[in-house]
Design a protein around this ligand. Structure first.
Ligand SMILES: Cc1cc2nc3c(=O)[nH]c(=O)nc-3n(C[C@H](O)[C@H](O)[C@H](O)COP(=O)(O)OP(=O)(O)OC[C@H]3O[C@@H](n4cnc5c(N)ncnc54)[C@H](O)[C@@H]3O)c2cc1C
Length: 301
């Protein structure tokens, strides 16, 4: 029996752990993958106040060591449901184990959206990637494609243009949603080719990706583009459907909670990118972590 179970060891969850432990509460963190969450994928963070430049891995590791140094326990397992038994909450996991606590903090973050076409899962790690900064270096000198039109797609294309021979930027509209500054930077790159008004229809290749079939939405014509990798950057989505019994979700699946980080269930709190909000960044995630932890501490007391 712990005072607080935190679901997710991203920046929000680890910060919540630090605040709860310093307030004298016992904490168990449940993490489905590895500590650090999304930020582990970025080579350089330059907008975290007080740190001029730090890699995502180093930042996450320091945060993890800070939380475990204060006594946080961590179990690598996925939380699949929360049973509200009043003063006790039972969190069930995919390993079959269940854990009890007086309060729960949902810090499940968000994950990358998939295109939703045949063979996408099969070719993931064999040419399909959702993280250019993690996997880009494997495709040095090769032809690659990026799919998407927002800031992430633009910065992925820019990043890859430094390593790869050609970067095809495939976007379903005729204009990008990303910032004008990034569009200008990318337009100046000779090895970046825009494939606009187009969607990825098919993934080709035996063991690994060898080409993508794209369809021009205006002419209806299809063509194959030979690439060794396709970086999918079409946005993110939360995964909170298992917790709908304890927390209200908005139409996109984000947890609808006020600035106090409370939910519709007494003793269940939320923090970070999994919450409905305008800005999803480290600063906002760690701020939520502190607010949710202190609210949980006060609830328990
Ligand atoms: C490539 C990239 C670069 C970025 N660069 C910056 C930057 O430079 N500056 C900046 O401020 N922000 C940046 N961000 C955004 C920042 O990473 C996020 O805002 C931040 O990580 C959100 O933290 P979080 O803890 O809310 O969620 P996440 O980081 O998403 O962590 C959530 C954690 O919960 C776990 N989890 C989810 N569901 C379950 C479950 N059911 N059971 C157990 N565990 C679960 C996940 O595995 C994950 O580890 C970047 C994001 C990406 C993807």
């Amino acid at each position: 029996m712990k005072d607080i179970i935190i679901i997710g060891a991203g920046p929000a969850g680890l910060t919540a752990a630090i605040y709860a432990l310093r307030a004298g509460k016992s904490v168990l963190i449940l993490e489905a993958q590895s500590y650090g969450g999304q930020i582990i994928n970025t080579p350089d963070i330059e907008n975290y106040p007080g740190l001029k430049s730090v890699s995502g891995f180093d930042y996450a590791t320091t945060l993890y060591e800070q939380a475990t140094g204060f006594g946080a326990e961590i179990e690598y397992t996925s939380a699949v449901s929360i049973e509200d038994k009043g003063e006790i909450k039972t969190v069930h996991t995919d390993s079959g184990e269940s854990f009890d606590a007086r309060a729960v903090i949902l810090a499940t973050g968000a994950k990358n959206k998939h295109i939703g076409i045949d063979r996408e899962e099969e070719l993931t790690g064999r040419g399909i990637s959702y993280c250019a900064t993690c996997d880009g270096a494997f495709f040095k000198g090769k032809d690659v494609a990026v799919c998407g039109g927002g800031n992430t797609a633009l910065s992925d294309a820019l990043f890859l243009s430094a390593y790869c021979r050609t970067v095809y930027l495939i976007h379903r509209r005729d204009q990008f949603r990303g910032s004008d500054a990034d569009v200008k930077k990318i337009s100046d790159k000779e090895n970046v080719k825009f494939v606009l008004n187009s969607t990825v229809e098919k993934l080709n290749g035996e063991q690994t990706l060898s080409s993508v079939t794209v369809k021009d939405k205006i002419s209806g014509e299809t063509k194959d583009i030979e690439v060794s990798a396709l970086f999918v950057a079409i946005g993110q989505e939360p995964d909170n459907s298992s917790f709908e019994n304890v927390a209200e979700l908005d139409d996109k699946g984000y947890i609808d909670s006020p600035e106090s980080c409370t939910t519709k269930t007494a003793g269940v709190f939320t923090a970070g990118d999994c919450r409905k909000k305008e800005v999803r960044q480290l600063t906002t995630a760690v701020a939520d972590g502190a607010v949710a932890a202190l609210a949980a501490v006060s609830y328990i007391s």
